[in-house]
Ligand binder design. Structure first.
Ligand code: F6R
Length: 579
C-alpha cells in the first residue's frame, strides 16, 4: 500500500506534496514524510497522520520534491521508518510503494561494504544502492539499481545536486501529471486533479526522468511514448463538501454513482464477451467479493448462467478449473490478490474483463476489456459508492444477458436509493452502539448483502459483526444469541419470506433482539421484531441496493456514536497492494 507523490516545477514543492499526500492517505496513514531539493536535500518525517499546515513540513524549501504516506510492512510505524529514506551521506532520497523481497540479502551486502542503515524498512536499501552507483547522473544510477530489486515497486528518487526526479514502476501503480511548466508523479490520479487533467499511466518496467516542464519515459533502455489521457474526475469530487465524513458524503452520492454507471452503458466488445460466456468466474476481495456474490445469486436464479465466485487471496494458491469469462472486480484496480488471480486467468487463455473505478489501473492493463464504474473518487476507506457502482455494472451485465428485462428497474433504481437515505434508523443505531456483537442475516442475494453489512459494521465501528445465511444461524451460532446480541435480518417479499419470518421467530425465541429490514407496507414483520426499517417495495434488484444502503448507514452512525475514526479505521488501508 502506501502512497507516493512527486513534484518538479515552479511552485514550492512542500505544500504541493503535503496536499497530494493528504489525498493519498487512504492508502496508508501511519506516518508520512517529504523531501525537497533546496541547497541540499531537506527532509521532514513524522509518525501519525498529516496535520493541516504543519509548519515544519511546509517550511521545506525547493521546487522539486517527493513525499510518502505509509502503511507499515517492514518495521513499525515511527518517524525513523517513515519515508523518504536516504543514503549514508544524505544526498539521495527515495520514496517507495511496494515490497523489496530480497532486501535482507541486499542490506547484508551493503552493510559489509560499510553502509550504515537507520531504519528497519526494505526501502532503505534502494537509497544505498543508488548511492553506490551515483556519479552525477541520477537516471543512470537508478537504471543500474533496478535490475537488482526483486519484488514490487513504484519509486521516486531525488538527489541533492539536481532538480529532477527519477520515477520507476514495476507491479505498483504510478501516474504522471503533465502541467505547463511542471510535472507531477503519484500513486493515483487524485493528487493531480487540483493541477492538471492530463495524465500518463506508466507501464511496468517504465523509468521516467522528470524535470520542470519536461519528461522522458524509457522502457528497456529505449525512449518510449506513452499516451496522455484526460482524467474524467474533477477536483471538487475529492472534497468533503460540508459532510462530517467522506464516508457519509459517499453514501449520499450513491444514487448518482449507480445512475452514472448505468447511464455509461457497456461497449460493444464487452457486450459480445458477456453474451458469448457460457460460464462466468468472478475474482475479488472484501466488499468487491460481496458484490460478486450478489451477482452470482441474481445471475444464476434470474438468467440461469453458471457463476463461480473466488476470493482473490485463495485463487492464486488453490486455482479452480477455469472455463468461460473471468471477471476481476476491484474498485482500486490495484488489489494484489485480485491482480494475481487475473494474471492466472489470462495465462489460462480465458477471456478477461476488469470492472474497476480506476481509469488506467493495473487490472485495466491486464484484462482484455474494461468496464469502468462511474463512482468518482472514493476517499473514505470503507467502500460504499464504489460497491453501488459495482452492483450497477454487474446488474447491467445481468440485464444484457436477460435481453433488457431489467431496463425499467435499473433506470429508476437511483430514486429508491435516494429515498432510503432519509430513513430514521436511530433506534437501530442506539441498539448496535451498546453491544459487542451483531449478527446480520439474509437469504439469496441478501446473504452477501448481510455479509457486507457485517463487514462495514466491524471495519468502521469495531463492533464485532458476522454475516450469515439466515438458515445457517441455527447450525452453531445460535449458541451466541443473548439479549445483548442483536440480529439484523433482511426479509423482503419473495420465495424466502416465509422461511425468513420463521428464522426471525426462532431468533426471538432465544431472546435476541431483531432489527428487520423489510418493505414498506409489510404488516406481519413489524409485529414480530423489535425494530422495523422499511425500504421501498420495489423490484428485487432495487431491494438489494436499498437494503445495502440501510446497512451502510447503520454501520456509519454506529461508528459515529462510538466516536470512531470513520474515514480512516485503525490498521486498514483502502488499496491493498500486498498479498
Ligand atoms: C471494505 C473495503 C475492502 C475492499 C477490498 C478490495 O470496505 O473497501 O474490503 O473492498 O480491499 O478492494 P478493491 O475493490 O479495490 O479490490
Amino acid at each position: 500500500m502506501c502512497g507516493i507523490v512527486g513534484y518538479t516545477g515552479r511552485r514550492d514543492a512542500a505544500p504541493v506534496l503535503l496536499g497530494g499526500l493528504k489525498r493519498l492517505e487512504y492508502r496508508g496513514y501511519d506516518s508520512f514524510g517529504i523531501a525537497t531539493v533546496g541547497s541540499a536535500i531537506e527532509v521532514y518525517k513524522k509518525a501519525g497522520r498529516i496535520p493541516d499546515g504543519d509548519p515544519g513540513a511546509v517550511g521545506l524549501v525547493g521546487c522539486t520534491g517527493i513525499g510518502h504516506t505509509r502503511w507499515a510492512t517492514h518495521g513499525e510505524p515511527n518517524e525513523i521508518n517513515a519515508h523518504p529514506h536516504m543514503d549514508c551521506e544524505g544526498k539521495i532520497a527515495v520514496v517507495h510503494n511496494g515490497v523489496i523481497e530480497n532486501y535482507a540479502e541486499l542490506k547484508r551486502h551493503l552493510q559489509e561494504r560499510g553502509h550504515t542503515f537507520r531504519s528497519e524498512t526494505d526501502t532503505e536499501v534502494i537509497a544505498h544502492l543508488i548511492e553506490e552507483k551515483y556519479d552525477g547522473d541520477l537516471l543512470a544510477a537508478v537504471n543500474a539499481v533496478l535490475p537488482l530489486l526483486q519484488g514490487s515497486y513504484a519509486i521516486l528518487v531525488i538527489a541533492g545536486d539536481t532538480q529532477r526526479i527519477v520515477a520507476a514502476r514495476d507491479a505498483s501503480p504510478l501516474v504522471l501529471g503533465i502541467g505547463d511548466d511542471e510535472v507531477f508523479a503519484a500513486s493515483d490520479m487524485t493528487p493531480l486533479l487540483e493541477y492538471t487533467e492530463r495524465v500518463i499511466f506508466l507501464e511496468d518496467g517504465d523509468v521516467a526522468d522528470l524535470m520542470p516542464g519536461r519528461y522522458t519515459i524509457y522502457h528497456g533502455g529505449l525512449e518510449v511514448e506513452r499516451p496522455i489521457e484526460l482524467i474524467n474526475w474533477c477536483f471538487e469530487d475529492t472534497r468533503k463538501g460540508g459532510f462530517p465524513h467522506y464516508m457519509l458524503k459517499e453514501i449520499y452520492e450513491q444514487p448518482q454513482s449507480f445512475y452514472e454507471t448505468i447511464r455509461a452503458g457497456i461497449d460493444e466488445h464487452v457486450r459480445r464477451m458477456v453474451m458469448e460466456a457460457d460460464e462466468i468466474t468472478l475474482v475479488a476481495c472484501g466488499t468487491s467479493y460481496h458484490t460478486a456474490l450478489v451477482f452470482k445469486y441474481l445471475a444464476e436464479s434470474l438468467c440461469g448462467i453458471p457463476v463461480r465466485v473466488e476470493m482473490g487471496s485463495e485463487f492464486k494458491y488453490f486455482t479452480p478449473p477455469l472455463r468461460g469469462l473471468v471477471i476481476a472486480v476491484s474498485q482500486s484496480g490495484e488489489t494484489a490478490d485480485t491482480i494475481a488471480a487475473l494474471k492466472m486467468a489470462k495465462a489460462r487463455n480465458c477471456p478477461t474483463l476488469a470492472i474497476t473505478n480506476m481509469q488506467g489501473s493495473t487490472v485495466t492493463r491486464i484484462a482484455d476489456e474494461t468496464l469502468l464504474m462511474r463512482a468518482g473518487p472514493e476517499i473514505g476507506v470503507a467502500a460504499t459508492k464504489s460497491y453501488m457502482a459495482q452492483l450497477a455494472a454487474l446488474m447491467e451485465i445481468l440485464n444484457i444477458r436477460c435481453d433488457g428485462e431489467f431496463d425499467d428497474a435499473l433506470s429508476h433504481a437511483h430514486l429508491a436509493i435516494g429515498d432510503v437515505l432519509l430513513l430514521d434508523i436511530q433506534d437501530a443505531v442506539d441498539l448496535c452502539s451498546k453491544v459487542e456483537h451483531v449478527f446480520f442475516v439474509g437469504r439469496g442475494p441478501f446473504y452477501p448483502v448481510a455479509m457486507e453489512g457485517a463487514l462495514k459494521m466491524k471495519e468502521i465501528s469495531y463492533v464485532h459483526a458476522e454475516g450469515y445465511a439466515a438458515g445457517e444461524l441455527k447450525h452453531g451460532p445460535f449458541a451466541l444469541l443473548t439479549p445483548e446480541t442483536p440480529v439484523v435480518a433482511i426479509c423482503t417479499p419473495g420465495p424466502t419470506y416465509g422461511v425468513m419470518a420463521s428464522n426471525i421467530k426462532e431468533i426471538k425465541a432465544r431472546r435476541a433482539p431483531v432489527i428487520a429490514v423489510g418493505v414498506a407496507g409489510d404488516i406481519e414483520l413489524p409485529e414480530i421484531v423489535d425494530i422495523f426499517i422499511p425500504i421501498p417495495n420495489t423490484h428485487l434488484l432495487v431491494q438489494v441496493l436499498t437494503a445495502s444502503v440501510v446497512l451502510q448507514l447503520l454501520a456509519y452512525h454506529t461508528a459515529c456514536a462510538l466516536n470512531r475514526d470513520v474515514d480512516k479505521p485503525r490498521n486498514l488501508a483502502k488499496s491493498v497492494t500486498v498479498e
